[in-house]
Design a protein around this ligand. Structure first.
Ligand code: PAF
Length: 283
């Protein structure tokens, strides 16, 4: 049976009652196949699975989609029930941020080399918002394992930084990207796209695959392969690329231009005003 908990004071004891190891799957709701894959992995490894649902105001910029972000707790709860989640923790904003106006002093600010690049360039303070909520959720739930999707790759590296920096005894598990048949990575924001826009957006993954092939073939350097990816996408004016870049798998640093493995290519692009991100690994 899945239980719904809304109060911070209840969650820790209830999770302990279910037993350790405790898994946390942090989400902002609007659950999709990507989230379900995290839940399945958590179920396979832990005694208790806690899915948190909280649309975190701190990680949205003033012109972003906080107000219109899809919220449907009833459907999310059903999905959790179907997947045998033990606890859905869906706190209110007031529970998590009793004094949001004074939050500045409690913000956790990750280092610039991780958080001010790629998505952090256009989404200022986004990763501080992510770190602040993830740390709070970890403090409340005290999970043994936490499950994050590789789609939000920069977030994953920053969460690893968070855990290391604050010596948090939670093991971070990374789960592979789940894609629609077209190749489009599942995202809660896909809900904003029309069917036509979804088909258009699937070219984002095609560009990543092209970059991967071109680096693999050894004919192109990374920079040339990324440029070819951009040229491929330039035939679709509906896709507005924010960045297409590469990072070292080891530490998320800028990649040595002669490297051909241990790399991620990452992209952010807008389709019909919807910001989408994706990435591909080159082993
Ligand atoms: O990836 C997300 O959905 C969010 O950034 C997270 C980790 C739940 C924090 O709000």
């Amino acid at each position: 049976m899945t239980i719904l908990i809304e109060l911070v004071k209840d969650i820790k004891t209830r999770a302990e009652e279910f037993g350790r190891p405790i898994a946390i799957v942090p989400t902002m709701g609007a659950l999709h196949a990507g989230h379900i894959s995290l839940i399945k992995m958590a179920k396979a490894e832990c005694k208790t699975v806690v899915v948190t649902i909280f649309v975190n105001p701190l990680q949205f910029g003033p012109n972003e989609d906080f107000n219109k972000y899809p919220r449907d707790l009833e459907t999310d709860f059903k999905i959790c029930q179907e997947n045998e989640v033990d606890i859905v923790f869906a706190p209110t904003k007031e529970e998590i941020y009793p004094d949001i106006n004074k939050i500045e002093q409690d913000l956790i600010v990750p280092p610039d080399n991780l958080a001010s690049v790629l998505c952090g360039k256009t989404r200022q303070n986004h990763f501080s918002g992510v770190c602040t909520i993830v740390k709070k959720l970890f403090d409340i739930v005290t999970p043994d394992y936490a499950y994050f999707g590789e789609k939000d790759l920069q977030q994953l590296y920053i969460v690893r930084w968070l855990v290391k920096t604050f010596t948090i005894p939670t093991f971070i598990r990374a789960c592979p990207i789940i894609r629609e048949a077209s190749g489009l990575a599942y995202s809660s924001r896909n809900k904003y796209l029309t069917e036509e826009q979804k088909i258009m957006a699937s070219n984002i993954y095609k560009a990543l695959k092209l970059a991967k092939q071109n680096i693999r073939s050894g004919i192109f350097t990374i920079n040339k392969a990324l440029l070819e990816g951009l040229i491929f996408l330039s035939q679709f004016p509906e896709i507005k690329v924010e960045y297409l870049d590469a990072r070292d798998k080891e530490d998320f640093s800028i990649v040595d231009k002669n490297k051909t493995g241990g790399i991620y290519c990452l992209i952010a692009a807008n389709v019909g005003g919807v910001r989408l991100i994706d990435n591909i690994e080159l082993q």
